[in-house]
Design a protein. Structure first.
Length: 364
């Protein structure tokens, strides 16, 4: 086994709060009020959407349609010859044909204009429907581990903005810091007191791993989607929720049917504008007691089938302890570009220049 290589949960996609927009010839992420599920592949137009993004949006649209119904509007009146029954009597057909022949010249221009206007209306409506999409503000998920600290990895992190390499990673008590002598363990004073972080480069950085709980996404039970964030609101809320849910369920956090939700708040620092953060809770429409009962049943089923959750979590702890820093060099380039908007353009190891990203593309 390669020494110094941290083993992290397998990732098949990303969950972010934002979208990519083009401004002045540059592709920049813009903060949003909904989730976006993407793959780990980028195209010229940004991150490619994961199929689950479209599946969840369509299901949300169907639920809204069932709840609200369909508004039926009166259609424009058409000439009688267009609305006549297909099997009309011969006398009626002859009268309609005579009337159409007599008024042919007068109606041709009027009908053409009416049809053109109707086509324009339909085209405009279709354009609006195709461009508008349902806001994805909740995602059904399950976490991989019962231990909250294994699902959410949160540290104070300082990157070298020129090379995108991690310099120091700490938890407020101890840190691993890259020095001229190599990686050394030192006391961690936090970004407010550390002399190395006086320029504001050190900030909380969290990685939240979840499994999307959907029949179309059950092929690999050990694969996860990762939500990366520097938002203290999201990290504090997620960690608190997981600790509470773990305690109230008797340690069966991994078996609870959960969902992540997007919430908003405003503060004096945000100038009363809403800022969005990620919350976690029992799935909508289900009580806490029902969720715990389901978790107990599933835990008992896993025990009978030989699923060893304790061994899985021990393997995760061992994998985290193997490495010094979690991100590889290519991933660190993306992170620095996303979380440090003032940084100069970075160059990856393979010479590929990546688009610059803004911190606001992720949850606060």
């Amino acid at each position: 086994m390669i020494k110094g290589l941290m083993m992290t949960p397998p990732v098949v996609g990303r969950i972010s709060i934002g979208r990519v927009v083009e401004r002045n010839g540059k592709r920049l992420p813009e903060k949003d009020d909904e989730f976006t599920i993407t793959t780990q592949v980028q195209s010229r137009n940004g991150w490619m959407l994961h199929p689950m993004d479209g599946i969840l949006r369509r299901e949300l649209e169907d639920r809204q349609l069932m709840a609200n119904g369909v508004e039926v509007k009166e259609l424009p009146h058409l000439p009688e010859e267009f609305s006549a029954p297909a099997q009309a009597p011969a006398t009626l057909r002859s009268k309609l044909a005579k009337r159409a022949t007599d008024a042919k010249k007068a109606q041709t221009a009027e009908l053409s204009t009416s049809n053109a206007d109707l086509a324009n209306v339909h085209e405009e409506a279709f354009s609006k429907m195709s461009t508008a999409r349902t806001k994805l503000r909740s995602i059904p998920v399950r976490v991989l581990f019962n231990d909250p600290a294994l699902n959410l990895r949160a540290n104070y992190t300082l990157f070298d903005r020129a090379t995108a390499r991690p310099i120091c990673v700490g938890d407020g008590q101890t840190c691993k810091r890259m020095t001229a002598k190599g990686v050394e363990s030192m006391p961690c004073e936090g970004p407010d007191l550390c002399a190395l972080a006086i320029d504001g480069g050190c900030k909380p950085f969290g990685r939240f791993h979840v499994r999307i709980d959907h029949p179309e996404c059950q092929a690999d039970a050990l694969s996860t989607f990762v939500l990366r964030t520097t938002g203290i609101n999201s990290m504090r809320t997620l960690l608190t929720r997981m600790q509470y849910l773990q305690a109230v369920s008797g340690g069966l956090l991994a078996y609870l049917p959960l969902e992540i939700r997007l919430r908003a708040k405003s503060t004096a620092m945000s100038y009363r504008a809403p800022i969005y953060y990620v919350d976690l809770g029992v799935r909508d429409g289900m009580t806490l007691d029902a969720a715990i009962g389901q978790a107990v049943d599933e835990a008992e089923h896993d025990r009978k089938t030989g699923h060893d959750q304790g061994a899985l979590e021990q393997a995760a702890r061992t994998g985290y302890a193997l490495g010094l820093f979690e991100e590889l060099s290519a991933e660190a380039v993306e992170i620095v570009q996303e979380f440090y908007p003032g940084s100069a353009e970075l160059k990856a190891d393979d010479g590929h220049r990546n688009p610059r990203y803004l911190e606001t593309a992720h949850g606060r």
